[in-house]
Design a protein around this ligand. Structure first.
Ligand code: NAP
Length: 299
């Protein structure tokens, strides 16, 4: 029996663990993939207060080590079911806790093109910082208009020979500062109002076909496509214990409680205005504090 089971070892989940362990609670963190969540792929984080600049990997690893030193128990297992009585079933085991914090973040959104899956690792990537180095001196494309796409394009501009940045609208969603930096790069070409409609190649990705909003089609030869079109949550497995909105995010009236007593939510996976590192760690600390407080009340 654990005091708190935290599902997800991204910044929100690890911060919950930090607070819960410092309060001497018996904590189990369950993570399906690797610690760090989405931020581990950010080449640079420059908007976290008091830290001028840090790589996402270093940030996540520092946080992980900080919590590990407090004795965090972490198991790399995939949660498949959560019961109202706080029984958590994974692909390997079953655990029980007095409280559960769902901090599962979100996953990379896919273009959902027919052969997208087949080209993963063969020219299609969702992580520029992980795979960018394979395309030194090559022609690459980034798809998306948010901060991830802009930062990916900036990162790749110093590795690749040519970077196309394709966005479906005529203005970026991401920071103007980064888009201005991109404009100064001689090897970055913006293509607005366009969608990628097909991925072409035999053994590996060789070109993409794009279509603009006047239905003009064009083929572009590229060696790699970095898809950075945002994230989406995967909360269907929790639908018996939480309310989920039409976009798949967990609803919470006050940003921490779900509809089930003793089951809390933190980080990107909940309905919220701003999904950033700052708000994820804020959520994590609040969820753990509230869970501990309510646990005491129920004793
Ligand atoms: P995002 O802000 O949600 O942007 C996703 C982009 O992809 C948008 O431009 C969107 O277009 C486009 N898009 C969505 N679905 C698409 C589709 N099916 N086909 C083509 N384009 C599509 O996602 P993000 O860039 O991953 O950023 C997520 C959050 O993390 C944001 O809050 C961001 O600021 C933050 N972030 C912060 C940092 C940092 O602080 N260093 C770094 C990276 C990300 P529309 O604009 O037309 O909707």
């Amino acid at each position: 029996m654990y005091d708190i089971i935290i599902i997800g070892a991204g910044p929100a989940g690890l911060t919950s663990a930090l607070y819960a362990l410092r309060a001497n609670k018996k904590v189990l963190v369950l993570e399906a993939k690797n610690y760090g969540g989405q931020i581990i792929n950010a080449s640079k984080v420059e908007n976290y207060p008091a830290i001028e600049s840090i790589s996402g990997f270093d940030f996540a690893t520092n946080l992980y080590n900080q919590v590990k030193k407090l004795g965090m128990e972490i198991k790399y297992e995939t949660v498949i079911h959560l019961k109202e009585d706080k029984t958590v079933t994974t692909n390997k085991n079953e655990y029980k806790a007095r409280a559960v914090i769902i901090a599962t973040g979100s996953q990379n959104r896919k273009l959902n093109l027919p052969n997208e899956k087949d080209f993963v690792g063969k020219g299609v990537s969702y992580c520029a910082t992980c795979d960018g180095a394979f395309y030194k001196g090559k022609t690459v494309c980034v798809n998306g208009g948010g901060n991830t796409a802009l930062e990916d394009a900036l990162y790749l501009s110093s590795i690749a020979n040519k970077v196309y940045l394709i966005h479906r609208r005529d203005e970026f969603r991401g920071d103007e500062r980064t888009s201005n930096l991109l404009k100064e790069k001689g090897n970055v070409e913006f293509i607005f109002n366009s969608n990628i409609i097909s991925l072409n190649g035999k053994e590996k990705l060789e070109s993409i076909t794009i279509e603009d909003n006047l239905a003009n089609k064009k083929d572009i030869k590229i060696d790699a496509l970095f898809i950075a079109i945002g994230q989406e949550p995967k909360n269907e497995i929790f639908s018996n214990v939480v309310s989920i909105n039409s976009n798949g995010y967990i609803e919470s009236d006050d940003g921490v409680h779900t509809k089930t007593k003793g089951i809390y939510v933190a980080g990107d996976t909940r309905v919220k205005i701003l999904r950033q590192l700052t708000t994820a760690v804020s959520d994590g600390s609040i969820a753990a504090t509230v869970a501990i407080k309510e646990m005491k009340k129920n004793n």
